[in-house]
Design a protein around this ligand. Structure first.
Ligand SMILES: [Fe+2]
Ligand SMILES: [Fe+2]
Length: 166
């Protein structure tokens, strides 16, 4: 692999890690806004977290997990199951917030689940991915990441909650 290709792959990996950090930051802001009973802020943060998370998971399902499945089918199935759990949790939190509830324990559990998922992916999905993808897959992933990074930077610039003092 050329050094240019290596740096392109590394930058995608950094973006994916950065998105996991963003989920954690948005999750913490969301919990703080919910505790502070700031429903407007909580809904805005949730909408950002939800959109960037679903785009991230969809990209992994389409562009990374099929390559993992060729080499480690059990790990691929485990990650797909975690993605299903994440989508189910998003639906549950959507429903709770739509009912005007303050699902603080569910949000804390969800942030913990997302961080556990991030650690799992760091080990099995991101670490060796550059050796799995062929050139066509890498080009598709690059194009997808260009689009996904717009969603992620919009979310990271719009959602910080500062109204709650711990
Ligand atoms: Fe994932
Ligand atoms: Fe991920």
């Amino acid at each position: 692999m050329s050094s240019q290709a290596e740096s392109a792959v590394r930058s995608i990996e950094e973006e994916l890690f950065a998105e996991h950090r963003l989920f954690d930051e948005l999750g913490s802001s969301l919990i703080a806004a919910t505790i502070a009973r700031d429903a407007t802020a909580a809904h805005a943060i949730w909408n950002d977290l939800r959109s960037v998370l679903l785009v991230h998971v969809q990209g992994e399902d389409r562009f990374l997990i099929p390559a993992l499945a060729r080499r480690q089918p059990q790990e691929a199935r485990a990650l797909l199951a975690e993605h299903k759990l994440i989508r189910d949790r998003v639906g549950e939190i959507d429903a709770a917030l739509a009912q005007g509830l303050r699902p603080i324990q569910s949000l804390r559990a969800f942030v913990d689940e997302l961080n556990a998922h991030a650690r799992h992916e760091a080990k099995v999905l991101y670490a060796h991915r550059d050796a799995w993808l062929d050139d066509k897959e890498r080009a598709l992933l690059d194009a997808y990441r260009d689009e996904a990074s717009k969603v992620s930077s919009a979310a990271s610039s719009s959602s910080t909650f500062t109204g709650f003092v711990r």
